[in-house]
Design a protein around this ligand. Structure first.
Ligand code: SAM
Length: 239
């Protein structure tokens, strides 16, 4: 499955509007209709969200801070950010993901249970691929999206996200380590029906180099691992 021209992005959009949407909505949800592997991924991803929320709040309160959540999926990060008072701009290439995120945000944030005070600002949701994002944000976050980018496109993607961020950029990606590379290769030998998109791993050094090139340096690092889920987290700041 070699990449053909700019076709990857169309394949990704199509996947996350259809089978991928159904699959990931389940994984990121809380119902028990998941298999063991999906449950493991759900737990791993929830830890990533938790780690990122900790990185962000350790730097200071999020109230009034503008945050761009690029590739927001079903809103797993956007919603807790809004609960902390951040002004969130959430976007995703998939219209199905964006409408699900908006629905979940409304359900969780506008429930009017009076527990959240002051009331959180509902994120602004948009269907947009991240290359089309513009504006400036205090913080830009992009979780588990780099897996859809081959390294030759990842550099430009990282440079673009950095150009939108004033103070902080958080990226998470599947690290290219020997162990994980092997696991992925085994997975490719036995592809399941729902693995419709190609997964790209990235070496920490490559991601770090891409950040350096545009004048950013890594300030904090994190790693989430479960049996089937691996995610390296970088918090970068301008040099
Ligand atoms: N960031 C979310 C989270 O961690 O809960 C979702 C992660 S999910 C594995 C990857 C998401 O990236 C999908 O919702 C997909 O539609 C989105 N995506 C992939 N390529 C994209 C692109 N070029 N621009 C914007 N979103 C993209």
């Amino acid at each position: 499955a070699e990449e053909v021209g700019g076709g990857d992005k169309e394949v990704v959009r199509e996947y996350f509007n259809n089978n991928g949407f159904q699959r990931w909505k389940k994984i990121y949800g809380d119902t028990d209709e998941v298999n063991k592997v999906q449950l493991d991924i759900r737990i791993g991803h929830a830890k990533t969200v938790e780690n990122v929320m900790k990185m962000l709040t350790d730097d200071g309160p999020l109230s009034g801070v503008t945050v761009c959540d690029a590739g927001c999926g079903t809103g797993c990060l956007s919603i807790p950010l809004a609960k902390e008072g951040a002004i969130v701009s959430a976007s995703d290439i998939s219209a199905a993901m964006v409408s699900e995120a908006e629905k979940q945000a409304r359900d969780e944030l506008l429930s009017g249970d009076g527990k959240l005070s002051p009331a959180p600002v509902l994120p602004k949701f948009e269907v947009k691929d991240l290359e089309s994002l513009d504006g400036k944000y205090h913080t830009v976050v992009c979780l588990d999206v780099l897996i859809h980018y081959p390294q030759n496109k990842a550099d430009a993607m990282i440079a673009h996200l950095a150009s939108l961020a004033e103070k902080r950029l958080i990226l998470s990606f599947a690290p290219k380590t020997f162990y994980y590379d092997t696991l992925k290769r085994i997975g490719e030998l036995f592809p399941g029906p729902s693995k419709a998109t190609r997964a790209y791993l990235h070496s920490e050094a490559d991601v770090e180099r891409a950040l350096r090139k545009v004048g950013w340096k890594i300030n904090k690092r994190g790693l989430t691992t479960t049996n089937f889920y691996f995610s390296k987290i970088f918090e970068a700041v301008p040099v």
